[in-house]
Design a protein around this ligand. Structure first.
Ligand SMILES: Nc1ncnc2c1ncn2[C@@H]1O[C@H](COP(=O)(O)OP(=O)(O)OP(=O)(O)O)[C@@H](O)[C@H]1O
Ligand SMILES: [Mg+2]
Length: 238
């Protein structure tokens, strides 16, 4: 997946400005950036839901999965049915394993409106895992979950990704999530959104601990970059 000179605006608002990014196959790339900078817009362009105003998007992946910022479950289907419908070849055992991984065992027969926001989001994550895409786009998928559960879900994502060997692009506001998950972390700026920095982490995900010296120094670097973003002013007109 490659973006070359991508620009996007809405009415008078310039959102994405000359975005150039390459995403390595079979890696997890995390995208960090201030609220409203254009992360979801960028994912929508990658998914082909939105067209850029200018620039080129090359996506060789045939099967693209997307966990949206909101859960988008079908309200008339149960947890089990919502997960099953994206891959009818999955066995009951496969689906029950996914339900277990996201901590929804015992809730498989419930409907979305019988679940909490975080549970619905976990169901939509299990559905994305069941889709077995070559490229999985995830837009703040763990945002409705508390800190411990986020880290557990990050561990489950790493387990599933290592089994499948697919590519994942993961948008988050949480630095720790990005540090635990990303082979590469892309930091976006505001006013309008550009690529501020790209940081590679060579430690395999399964060996990462947040207290590791190298990860602490990456954390400090990310904090500095993001704090700089928070100080940036509001949008300029196009
Ligand atoms: N369909 C649209 N029509 C008009 N403006 C839009 C549309 N979609 C997004 N925007 C604007 O583009 C900017 C970026 O929005 P986007 O949702 O991509 O940000 P984000 O980085 O994902 O934010 P958050 O972290 O809060 O999810 C915002 O100013 C938003 O109002
Ligand atoms: Mg967003």
């Amino acid at each position: 997946m490659k973006l070359e000179g991508v620009f996007k605006g809405f009415d008078e608002i310039k959102v994405l400005h000359d975005i150039n990014l390459s995403f390595n196959e079979k890696e997890i790339t995390c995208i960090l950036g201030p609220s409203g900078c254009g992360k979801s817009t960028l994912l929508n362009i990658m998914a082909g839901i939105l067209k850029p105003d200018d620039g080129r998007v090359t996506n060789p992946n045939q099967k693209v999965g997307y966990v949206f910022q909101e859960d988008r479950l079908l309200p008339w289907k149960t947890v089990y049915e919502n997960i099953r419908l994206v891959n009818k070849k999955a066995t009951e055992k496969n689906i029950m394993e996914l339900i277990d991984i996201v901590g929804l065992k015992g809730f498989e027969k419930k409907f979305p409106d019988q679940l909490s926001g975080g549970m619905r989001q976990r169901c939509s994550i299990a559905r994305a895992f069941n889709f077995e895409s070559q490229l999985l786009l995830m837009d703040e998928p763990f945002k409705s979950l508390e800190y411990d559960l986020r880290l557990t879900m990050a561990g489950s994502l790493v387990d599933i990704w290592s089994m499948w060997n697919n590519s994942v692009i993961f948008v988050t506001h949480e630095i720790d999530e990005a540090i635990l998950l990303g082979n590469k972390i892309v930091i976006l700026s505001k006013n309008p959104c550009r690529v501020e920095a790209e940081i590679e982490i060579s430690i395999p995900q399964c060996h990462r601990r947040l207290e590791d010296r190298e990860l602490i120094s990456i954390r400090t670097k990310l904090l500095k970059l993001l704090t700089k973003q928070k100080e940036a002013c509001t949008y300029k007109s196009a």
